[in-house]
Design a protein around this ligand. Structure first.
Ligand SMILES: NC(=O)c1ccc[n+]([C@@H]2O[C@H](COP(=O)([O-])OP(=O)(O)OC[C@H]3O[C@@H](n4cnc5c(N)ncnc54)[C@H](OP(=O)(O)O)[C@@H]3O)[C@@H](O)[C@H]2O)c1
Length: 490
């Protein structure tokens, strides 16, 4: 039989293909392949944080609220606590605990496994001097003043050496974490991953090309025979429709790690779940028998219907990726031929498909304190300052050591956010907030508000390397703005 002959079309394979890809929804499967993303929920910026969030000081007033909010939003959380029994009483039995003291050598990389962000809410213990209040009601701070004293470790040990210790371990860990997000890891394919991909050849249009995807040598091997008989000329492998759709907003594109045969292939990305609708295509050349990374920027994708370009189609929406497809086709676009096409056998090995160029997000969020730069500041009127500033010396230099802790974070090289709340209160609920920089504001803010702010910051690229003060909006209008988009990086 020659290529020009009419060849026997295979109805069986046609039906098989359609059955495989038939709109058989497979609920949430893809999410299981993204480490740590199981049960995670779409957050406001459209990005899904994967991995584990480590909360230090999880038994504290702010820390426990951060843990609860993270869990409520579907994050995986690891709570760093000093006392497991106390932690279980406060946080419940279903929270992952890591027992450790930030000032001790037990803070190691082991604690950081799969961690994508750290939220540090630790604090030296300050309590009213015994006898000053009958109930030692620390949480009335910001409402009523009681004479405070430090109990236990000194501020130097907790606020500086402890924070620095935690920062250094986090920096070591994040230096080893790749910034790409893995979508399909063919080096470690699960059974479900194998079931997502299937062959779609020109049999669907009457052709006789034949291909398959096999999982060999820690890769996916796309191989087969492409024929131009019956006006055909393509073979491909495609995912079933992903449900939910894959959200890659915040990334620049996808990266394929492939070893090919010198031929030119196409990658199609679809946001539409229709079998034969609009696709976004990118042609790439392989180098025979050589592993290469192919970066496919979302901005460089061409909207097509089959091999016809669609001039008026909108740009791809990377937050709604429904399926991916790899194809060897005789055609380039709009009747042009693929310059590297030959019919016959072909082989493309794929090791992984990743999203690359993700927006940088804060990896270490430190809850510090307003006032840390005020002790000793020339011209400051101590009478007008909050108690922690006035009593800084008496409290072992608490704010000065907090500032030193901040400095260790600012200089460690990982993306961070430093939140400096004014006096914390136990008022319930999230309040309208006022943000400022320069360490001048005074006021109060609820621990609930600070916990919520930690979660907001976690997903805000603009919050990287920013230090700011925050308080609840009072009835008196101030000149500060109540959004953190105007804040400047350090
Ligand atoms: N209070 C205020 O008005 C105010 C104002 C501005 C800023 N801030 C700051 O806001 C942050 C949160 O305050 P908060 O009131 O939520 O604090 P908190 O209730 O006093 O909690 C402090 C947490 O830190 C933990 N911790 C202390 N030393 C530790 C160590 N060596 N290793 C590991 N964990 C340690 C404590 O654990 P244990 O349960 O084991 O003791 C506790 O979980 C702190 O940085 C604080 O300084 C407070």
């Amino acid at each position: 039989m020659t290529e020009t002959n009419r060849s026997q079309w295979d109805l069986g394979r046609f039906v098989q293909t359609l059955t495989f890809f038939e709109v058989i929804p497979f609920i949430g499967w893809l999410q299981r392949f993204i480490p740590g993303s199981q049960d995670s929920q779409v957050v406001s910026t459209g990005e899904k944080r994967v991995g584990v969030v480590l909360v230090a000081g999880a038994t504290g007033g702010v820390g426990r609220r951060v843990v609860q909010r993270l869990i409520d939003r579907g994050y995986k959380v690891r709570s760093l606590v000093r006392d497991a029994e106390k932690a279980k009483e406060i946080l419940g039995d279903n929270v992952e605990l890591y027992v450790g003291d930030i000032t001790k050598p037990e803070i190691t990389l082991e604690m950081m496994a799969d961690v994508t962000a750290v939220i540090c809410c630790t604090a030296v213990r300050v309590q009213p001097v015994e006898g000053d209040t009958p109930d030692r009601a620390k949480y009335n701070q910001g409402v009523k003043f009681y004479q405070p004293e430090i109990v236990g470790d000194t501020p130097e040990v907790v606020e500086y050496l402890g924070v620095k210790n935690l920062v250094e371990v986090a920096a070591q860990h994040f230096a080893t974490v790749p910034s790409d997000k893995i979508i399909f890891d063919f080096a470690h394919p699960s059974e479900e991953l194998k079931r997502i991909w299937g062959a779609v050849d020109d049999v669907v249009m009457g052709g006789v090309s034949q291909s398959e995807i096999r999982f060999v040598e820690d890769t996916a091997l796309f191989t087969g025979n492409v024929s131009t008989a019956n006006s055909g000329g393509f073979a491909s492998v495609r995912t079933k429709n992903l449900e939910p759709k894959l959200n890659l907003s915040g990334y620049q594109g996808i990266k394929l790690r492939v070893r090919g045969d010198g031929k030119r292939y196409k990658c199609f990305i679809r946001t539409d779940t229709k079998w034969d609708g609009t696709a976004y295509s990118y042609s790439f050349d392989t180098v025979s028998n050589t592993w290469i990374d192919v970066c496919i920027p979302f901005a460089d994708l061409t909207a097509v219907f089959r091999a016809k370009t669609l001039k008026d189609a909108p740009a791809i929406d990377p937050s709604k990726i429904a399926s991916l497809q790899l194809m060897l086709s005789k055609f380039e676009y709009d009747g042009e031929l693929n310059p590297k096409f030959t019919s016959g056998g072909f082989a493309l090995q794929v090791e992984s498909i990743k999203a690359y160029g993700g927006a940088k997000l804060p990896q270490f969020i430190l809850v510090s304190s307003a006032g840390v730069t005020r002790p000793g500041r020339p011209g400051i009127n101590l009478e007008e300052q909050p108690p922690a500033v006035r009593l800084n010396d008496q409290l072992g230099g608490i704010l000065t050591w907090k500032w030193r802790g901040e400095e260790s974070l600012r200089h460690c090289g990982i993306p961070y956010t430093i939140i400096r709340p004014c006096a914390l209160t136990e008022e319930s609920g999230v309040q309208p907030l006022v943000f400022d920089q320069g360490d001048n504001i005074k006021g109060k803010v609820s621990r609930d508000s600070i916990a919520e702010l930690c979660l907001q910051v976690l997903e805000q690229p603009e919050a990287c390397n920013v230090t700011f003060e925050v308080k609840a909006e009072s009835s008196t209008p101030t000149s500060s703005e109540n959004s953190f988009s105007h804040l400047q990086p350090d």
